[in-house]
Design a protein around this ligand. Sequence first.
Ligand SMILES: Cc1cc2nc3c(=O)[nH]c(=O)nc-3n(C[C@H](O)[C@H](O)[C@H](O)COP(=O)(O)OP(=O)(O)OC[C@H]3O[C@@H](n4cnc5c(N)ncnc54)[C@H](O)[C@@H]3O)c2cc1C
Length: 42
Amino acid sequence: MLHTLIIGAGPFGLTLAAHLKQTAIDHLVVGKPMEFWEKNMR
Ligand SMILES: Cc1cc2nc3c(=O)[nH]c(=O)nc-3n(C[C@H](O)[C@H](O)[C@H](O)COP(=O)(O)OP(=O)(O)OC[C@H]3O[C@@H](n4cnc5c(N)ncnc54)[C@H](O)[C@@H]3O)c2cc1C
């Protein structure tokens, strides 16, 4: 069963996903990874 839904795949969302993976908590990340950075950083 899905336990946690993470909305947004920026640095904080991906960090949370990595942490949950270590603790074996089922989770789903929605969004394109690092989309804000890809579009806005030089
Ligand atoms: C112009 C600018 C320059 C910056 N330069 C730097 C830098 O050089 N170095 C540095 O360390 N920090 C920099 N920052 C700060 C850095 O961008 C933020 O601290 C960091 O991106 C925050 O991460 P976050 O995961 O909270 O949010 P974000 O990076 O914003 O990630 C959130 C993601 O969630 C997505 N999202 C939102 N709503 C939904 C939804 N409903 N469904 C799916 N996806 C969704 C967004 O599209 C986004 O991709 C800069 C910020 C700005 C504005």
